[in-house]
Ligand binder design. Structure first.
Ligand code: SF4
Ligand code: SF4
Ligand code: SF4
Ligand code: FES
Length: 349
């Protein structure tokens, strides 16, 4: 692809043709405030925070301006500074002022943009309107939607529509009452939403937030254990406790995307109800047993059934959660040791 040479803030840079000014800046470590930009989505150009000045052209929205040969971009220009400041103030006048209790605190793009652009606290006090007081939609078991923190960037709508192909949410109402909503403004649990959480992972502020995840102390890169797709994940840990999961964008299988099980189904890991040793039913009650006892019992019962009714009285169900190697060994055991071809797996259940 053709490389295009241009400059940002006096730095001579280059990027492939078709790259936007915002993408090029971020790729070269130059921060331009942004809310509605996400690398997975086509640019929408709705938040107006990414305003820059282009020599000979004036103000430009950097997320929708492709780099051109000889383009001279300034991220710090009085005109662009004023324009993005006004856009930011218009968002903040209706935004809840308390970040400390917010799930996104310190990882919020609105906070970051505010810290970067800077606002006059006294002026904000005068401008600030009563924050909207819409009830938080807590109907989904895995995440909440707090309309009061929503900046209407539309990333969730585009994610659900363009990436997931579901279209469970969209903009509704008009003017000051504009909000993200479901069909007929029902609670999200009663919509077409499949709880994949892709919108939650991309929301730049605390409007869409997981119910239970905590910021991790460290992360471990691994593979989701739920199905044979094998999506890449980062397990978030505090001590030895798993406190959240995020998709691995570098993994070629899922490129960061996850389904509801992979993203939210991690709490079982520390459940006290998990089986920690084999159980054998004796006189109608499950009792803890050693692996030797359990395996001997299984071998005796399988042998007994085969002796009494023939090998085809047996059937084995394997699991899509096993590795290929484990599934290979199980079919080998079924065919070679149990002498039946009755082997299937759970992927179609
Ligand atoms: S969404 Fe961001 S700016 Fe708003 S309360 Fe949460 S952390 Fe603060
Ligand atoms: S969780 Fe998934 S299906 Fe539900 S609204 Fe978000 S992107 Fe759409
Ligand atoms: S819920 Fe989040 S992603 Fe959706 S429009 Fe509001 S701020 Fe943007
Ligand atoms: S990031 Fe460019 S308009 Fe929102």
């Amino acid at each position: 692809m053709n490389e295009v040479a241009f400059s940002i803030d006096g730095r001579e840079l280059s990027a492939p043709a078709g790259t936007t000014v915002l993408e090029a800046a971020l790729q070269h470590g130059i921060y331009i405030p942004h809310l509605c930009h996400h690398p997975d989505l086509d640019p929408a150009g709705v938040c107006r925070l990414c305003m820059v000045h282009v020599e000979g052209k004036g103000l430009a929205i950097s997320c929708r301006t492709p780099v051109e040969p000889g383009l001279v971009v300034s991220t710090e220009h009085p005109q662009s500074d004023q324009a993005r400041r006004v856009a930011l103030e218009l968002l903040l006048v209706n935004h809840p002022p308390d970040c400390l209790g917010c799930a996104r605190n310190t990882r919020c793009e609105l906070q970051r943009a505010t810290a970067y652009i800077g606002v006059d606290a006294e002026r904000m006090k005068r401008l600030r309107r009563t924050a909207p007081d819409r009830p938080i939609d807590k109907s989904n078991p895995f995440f909440d939607l707090d309309h009061n923190k929503c900046v209407l960037c539309g990333i969730c709508v585009r994610t659900c529509d363009e990436l997931q192909g579901i279209g469970a949410i969209d903009f509704a109402f008009r003017g000051f009452n504009s909000a993200i909503s479901t069909f007929a403004d029902k609670p999200i649990i009663d919509s077409r939403c499949v709880s994949c959480g892709e919108c939650v992972a991309r929301c730049p502020v605390g409007a869409l937030a997981p119910k239970r995840s905590l910021p991790p102390a460290r992360e471990v890169k691994t593979i989701c254990p739920y199905c044979g797709v094998g999506c890449g994940i980062h397990l978030g840990l505090r001590g030895n406790q798993v406190v959240g999961v995020r998709g691995d964008r570098d993994n070629p299988v899922n490129r960061g995307s996850l389904c509801v099980k992979g993203r939210f189904g991690w709490e079982f890991i520390h459940s006290p109800d998990r089986l920690q040793h084999p159980l054998i039913r004796r006189k109608g009650r499950f009792e803890p047993a050693t692996w030797d006892e359990a395996l001997t019992t299984v071998a005796e019962r399988l042998g007994g059934i085969r002796a009494a009714h023939g090998p085809d009285a047996l059937g084995v169900l394997s699991s899509a959660r096993c590795s290929n190697e484990e599934n290979y060994l199980l079919q080998k055991l079924t065919r070679a040791a149990l002498s039946t071809n009755n082997i299937d797996h759970c992927a179609r259940l």
